[in-house]
Design a protein around this ligand. Structure first.
Ligand SMILES: Cc1ncc(COP(=O)(O)O)c(C=O)c1O
Length: 410
């Protein structure tokens, strides 16, 4: 994608990685997971797209946007090993999940009595999307326990053992939110496919934290965020659908793409293609009225930033730092890890003895300026630590020291 000129002055000297991000230097930032963090130069690229748009909004949105988005999608398609036409930009993984759940309900694909299986590690907002779609159709959403300590093979077995003749969908995260576990989604999708089930994978945390090979995973639908671990600007995510499902999908907004698609070829002036795009999936999802497309167009700049900074090596180092921290904290808390090292990527969920996780989170932030979330799973408080390329050993030492004197340890 041809990048417009940045409106910000480019820095004279190369920056260290911590300085490449805009994070407040007073913070110990160990929560990349919640909302990501965008490097300075990627944010400058984002702003540059906005400046470019405002030079001639009619040219940019009305005549060029479909082509610009197609170019950005093509770059992303290589990164996730998927045909670009099977990918659509969406604003976030929540939207990606909602598009699928609502479409399956609206199209009549989901029927009364059908069952959707999820695990007890799913993200609450996405579970809610399934519950709403199920309530609208007379289907049922059922949570299947994937017990801890986590065993990757047993995870697939647990879910498949819960399948009944009414089951039609399996829903699972690629990397779970509260427990930070990498689920074996390729094996899970293969097992589900063998039983004729539709699979939706919530990859909110996966792109950038692990390699995402959509061809190998072969889910029916997969949504992933660019704004978390690819470090793209907020509002950048994608939805991938196998071609046979494009016709099932509709956005929450009906707009010109739907008109173009419902008319016979040539029924709508081809000038509309300049913003609706031409493929079925794009026409259903791309043009939803006037909106800012800059975050999506910036995904190639985010990927280029990571490429230039040897991201695979940095990711591997972050993983080593995270699991080493997990073992040190586990020893000091006297609680075993919830999973083997290879079940985690750059996030670890570490059991702690504090019953009141929120009080612990507040203490760490208010007394030590450490930004780190706590979660609850099956009655256990977990500290979910993200290690990103801007973190240092000193950040993790500060967390360990702060944990030693944190009140409320049971
Ligand atoms: C597993 C999972 N799914 C979905 C989401 C929602 O992501 P977003 O807010 O980008 O829609 C999150 C957020 O952390 C998540 O952890």
């Amino acid at each position: 994608v041809t990048q417009p000129t940045s409106p910000s002055p480019s820095s004279a000297a190369p920056l260290g990685l911590r300085e490449a991000f805009l994070l407040d230097p007073k913070l110990v930032f160990l929560n990349h997971g919640s909302y990501g963090a965008c490097p300075r130069e990627v944010l400058a690229a984002h702003h540059a797209w906005q400046f470019e748009m405002e030079r001639n909004p009619v040219e940019f949105l009305g005549r060029r946007s479909a082509q610009l988005l197609a170019e950005a999608r093509a770059v992303m398609a290589v990164a996730v090993n998927a045909p670009a036409d099977d990918l659509a930009f969406v604003s976030n993984a929540t939207t990606g999940v909602n598009i699928v759940t609502a479409s399956l309900a609206k199209s009549g694909w989901l029927k009364p009595g059908d069952e959707v299986l999820g695990t007890d590690h799913e993200y609450g907002a996405c579970e809610a999307a399934w519950q709403v779609a199920c309530a609208a159709t007379g289907a049922t959403y059922r949570r299947v326990t994937v017990p801890l300590p986590f065993d990757s093979t047993a995870c697939v077995d647990h879910l498949m053992a819960a399948v009944t003749p009414r089951t039609r969908v399996v829903f699972a995260s690629h990397i779970t939110s509260t427990t930070a576990l990498v689920f074996p989604v390729a094996a899970l999708c293969a097992a589900a496919r063998a039983r004729g089930l539709f699979t939706l994978i919530d990859g909110a945390h996966a792109p950038g934290q692990i390699d995402v090979d959509l061809g190998a995973i072969a889910a029916d639908a997969y949504t992933g965020n660019a704004h978390k671990w690819w470090c793209a600007p907020k509002g950048a995510a994608f939805l991938h659908l196998r071609p046979q499902h494009h016709a099932l999908i509709s956005g929450s907004i009906t707009s010109w793409g739907d008109v173009a698609e419902s008319l016979a070829p040539g029924g709508l002036p081809s000038a509309f293609d300049g913003y609706t795009g031409t493929g079925l999936l794009q026409r259903r999802l791309q043009w939803q009225g006037t909106r800012d497309l800059a975050a999506w167009l910036t995904v190639p700049a985010a990927l280029a930033f990571q490429h230039r900074h040897d991201w695979p090596d940095r990711r591997a180092e972050c993983h080593r730092m995270a699991v080493a921290l997990m073992h040190r904290v586990a020893a000091s808390q006297g609680l075993p890890p919830i999973a083997p090292d290879d079940a985690f990527a750059q996030m670890v969920a570490i059991p702690v003895r504090h019953r009141d996780g929120d009080a612990l989170r507040r203490h760490l932030f208010e007394q030590h300026r450490i930004e780190v979330p706590t979660t609850q799973h099956a009655g256990q408080t977990l500290l979910r630590v993200s290690v990103q390329a801007y973190n240092t050993a000193a950040d993790l030492q500060k967390l360990e020291a702060a944990l030693e004197d944190a009140p409320g340890r049971g």
